[in-house]
Design a protein around this ligand. Sequence first.
Ligand code: NIG
Ligand code: FE
Length: 401
Amino acid sequence: MTDVPESILIDDIATLVTNDPGLGEGRVGTVEDAALVIEGGAVAWAGPRAHAPAADARVDAAGRCVIPGFVDSHSHIVFAGDRSREFAARMSGRPYSAGGIRTTVAATRAASDAELLAGARGFVAEARAQGTTTLEVKSGYGLTVADEERALAVAGRVTDEVTFLGAHVVAPEYADDPQGYVDLVTGPMLDACAPRARWIDVFCERGAFDEEASRRVLTAGMARGLLPRVHGNQLGEGPGVRLAVEVGAASVDHCTYLSAADVDALAQAAKRTEPTVATLLPGVDFSTRQSYPDARALIDAGAIVALASDCNPGSCFTSSLAFCIAVAVRDMGMTPDEAVWAATAGGALALRRTDVGRLSPGAHADLVLLNAPNHLYLAYRPGVPQVAAVWKDGVLAHGRP
Ligand code: NIG
Ligand code: FE
């Protein structure tokens, strides 16, 4: 005997966002007056309520909206310390620079394993309460072999999407020998870290790693079976996008400053079987007072756009995808449908996942019940908590229906 019902019918859904064009209407595959059945942790059925099959238990959505859980494909939540004063100084005109990362490196190295794990768990719970059901987590605030390895060990306790970012910035010990640091990252550090990660990432930017060093990092990681992703074009135009497309990265993240050639490269890369997604991080541009990336130009050109939080203590300390959606709609030229798709199905593509980011049969039953009749409310009511309940793998993980 078990208390968990074998199947659950979520009934009386005013708007169900499936992200499956075969199931519903428009960009996000909406079904009005819908229902959804969960069985064995997966979506067993989704469609018009009138055709819903019977189930062991019933949850009443009471005329509200259900969306796929957010897939946040970019975060740095294994860290210690605080940079609120750096943020305040920025708001008074000081520019953001990659070097601020070293402040967090010092605090993170000084923290215990238990402190780092407690922090990461706290951020995962915080994100979950806001509707995020898949979260990528990077290392990158250790920058020694032992500290990067333990950051990945912590990340692996809270997610399956673990990224080795030893090449976040040159470690302070190697300030006079950046080449030596790249040797370390692509040698002993990679040896220790590759078994603990799925992804290899590099911060390809002025003040961090140039094109040649970034290519070395990515190709060394790929030779060890890691899949590439790139931080690029955050602080200015540069080689990040070009390099990401060249190595077949799953995603290039930030894309705030793009040349026409970059937009074209991303549009071409979108046609591949394994595309390179342009992941935009509106919270970063908000919190560093930069202009926003031109999502409209990317989408109109044919690029695939995802939205992610980049939750980290320096450039952007939000875990809210709803906030990112609101900014993307208000200031980046995205329609509400495009923004919701980008934070769910787009994030899934940026992680090369087909089992999340959609609510059609076979997908993980990762879903969010909103206190709203439809998904437009995510941008329509900025800053207002609207998550009523979150299910992860079919199990209620936050809130109450
Ligand atoms: O994605 N750009 C590089 N890394 C982070 C910032 C990290 C920090 O400032 O601590 C980012 O924005
Ligand atoms: Fe980042």
